[in-house]
Design a protein around this ligand. Sequence first.
Ligand code: ATP
Length: 852
Amino acid sequence: MPSATAEREAAPHGMPVHEVVLLAETDADTGLSAAAAARRLAELGPNRLPEHRGPGRLRRMLAQFHNPLIYVLLGAAALTFALGETVDASVVLAVVLVNAIVGYLQEVRAERALDALEAMVRTEATVVRDGVAARVASDELVPGDLVVLEEGDQVPADLRLVRSRELRVDESALTGESRPVLKNPLPVPHDTALADRADMAYSGTLVTTGGGRGVVVETGADTEIGHVHRLVGSTTTVQTPLTRKLARFSRVLTAGILGLAVLSVVIGLLRGEPFADMVTAAVALAVGAIPEGLPAAVTVTLAIGVARMARRNAVIRRLPAVETLGSTTVICTDKTGTLTANAMTVRHVVAGGDRWEVDGIGYSPVARHPSAPPAVREVLLAGLACNDADVVRQDDRWTAVGDPTEAALVVSARKAGLSRDDVPERVDELPFTSQRRFMATRHTGGVVYLKGAVERIAEFTGDADHRDAEELAGRGLRVLAFARAEVPEDTPLTEEALRGAVFLGLQAMHDPPRPEALEAVRACQEAGIEVRMITGDHLGTARAIAEHFSLAPGAVHARVSPEEKLRLVKRFQADGHVVAMTGDGVNDAPALRRADIGVAMGRGGTEVAKQAADMVLTDDNFSSIRAAVEEGRAVFDNLRKFIIWTLPTNMAEGLVILTAILLGTALPILPVQILWINMTTAVALGLTLAFEPREPDVMRRPPLPPSLPLLTASLAQRVLLVSVVLLAGSFAAFHLFDGPVDQARTVAVNVFVAAQIAYLFNCRSLENLRPRVGVRRNPWLLIGIVVTVVLQLLLTYTPVMNALFHTAPIGWSAWLPLVGLAVVAYAVVEVDKWWRRTRSPKGMRKEAAPER
Ligand code: ATP
């Protein structure tokens, strides 16, 4: 097969760099021209994986029927049909169909909401075009583009490397190999397996250390990961531990109910009731007692919570995190950028025994101090030399490009009239890493400038007087030390070679605390959550900032390395805490993965950190963590509200049938009527609880332990109480009604629904008596009630519905006691709440807490 061979020989991993560059019509130094890139983008389309369509529509629809409940209903329909009740059987079938359609639509909507989140976390890449490097959205890359890779980047397309420096790539997403692979641009034989092609960097893999450059050879669906993607398809799932737990709960419940149904048939037959009647009763029991709406409601509630969090800048990447957020007991947060604004301004320079104040705030580099003393100028020059950042003027404002710490050093140097022209050309460097805590650059002639944490620089200079540094740090300033060394260009630039460097001085910079973070920290503490500051910065600086945030000295962990972060997470977890931990670097990934809630920074964070995280903050701001916790608690509340609302309905329906059989009386509610109640109220009433706004006191109570069952003992008692009220109400209505049995049943059904509406208002708060949130804040609730009332009127007064559901028009006077019963039901639950609150000392304290 000559063509296949030719194709294999044209594979870029087997070609020398210059051939690849030639073939891609690009340049290994200056990249494509912007015009050529635009042309290729228009021609080939964006560098994006095709959107998976998920399982086909038909398959997903069919999956709705794969559910024990549906089997029961289908069995019921078959039995009813066998008994000659064709109309009833058709109604049951119609209900099954409607149920499946509603389930299908809800599932699709929830999944779409989750998919939309992915687009909120934009992946970026550095690309060289026309010789200039710039950050662009990864989906704008085209074949031929020259991409710069750095530590923490996600490889944005399939690249043939043209240059590399200690480049190691984690290819586990593609090959399953978890150890990072060392890369270099030397071509490999054509038949080399994917995992061994050292000269390629594949889309979707992660740069763990080092850096390099590569030419894009494939984009989008044509990349290797694109091929895999097509094979595997969707990985999004709307399942969480909670939904799985509930699914299991439903299955057990279904089995139990079926057992009861069979038992009731046996009892009835022994008492000599006709077989057909008993089957009907058993079917009613089964369809009534099973909470069919539960799984769908949980999914919808979670999806709504996720959307609310996203609106408040917290993007959830793993759905279970929504559940865990509400139980968080410790938040470990970065200092720089999260609690503070990460907008640095140098305030003081210490050099030659003098302290020199710097004017101005922000990044405006206007020369104000042209006559700074020589010792100061040298420190400023070191800061400018040992620097990869810059400041640019955008719309009349000066902003930082690159690391804000370094941008501040550019500004301080330029304020003294220095410019990059004063710096000799850089020949090599030791880059800054969080572990190394300093950086060194070597320039032509062998002069080396160092800058970094004071203790680190002191290791090279032997200078041990830290009094100035301590004093400045104590004011909350970030202090960097500067030094100069001579290392001839032919000697390797190592830490060893820097011993004996000469100390030049210090620069101390101010980073204003974020005002909204101050308020957010307080809110978290009030919610019983411990806030801890984890920082790579100096203890003095960290303490001063912590004090501003009213954090206890014990809540500050300074000079923390990424490994220590992981250890801290483990330690807190061992103490039984649910830990949220922030991170941004490659080395933070293990701690982020280990934490119950790994939080990555959307702006300042690396791709590696984002991938490891459960949640990404689009604004890097602590107050968004607080928002997420708040919404997490609200989601959990709403889930419980729905469950507490829905269970009594099912229980009461089951009890009504069971009681009728045991007493040997007529059924107050027929199977099709029970189905009607379940289907209409679950969607029109119950689901509106998912839209409830959070109660104002969600952040004024302690975190709920994750092991807490959804149904606590006191809530289980309430479920029982309401079930009994519903049972008594519908039984009384049925038996006290003076008229034909169809009308009596219609009254019983309406009693049921009216009580459910009243109980819906009870459930808007599980513990609070008077509603804390106005009904108008949840318009769905009112819409749902109107819809339900209209449906009940149709059921009661239209001949078609009368025929289908065995109902009959009732006189208007019948409605009055019915409404009265609903009011009584409402009052009973409120009295129950009040009674529990007065009895529980905790409840009293909560009530006494001042409103803020
Ligand atoms: P946080 O964890 O709160 O973000 P941080 O930003 O101070 O804290 P790192 O970025 O790891 O943490 O910095 C640790 C220390 O390294 C700093 O306190 C500073 O002394 C030094 N440092 C920071 N940035 C640079 C840099 N660009 N060059 C040299 N040294 C630096």
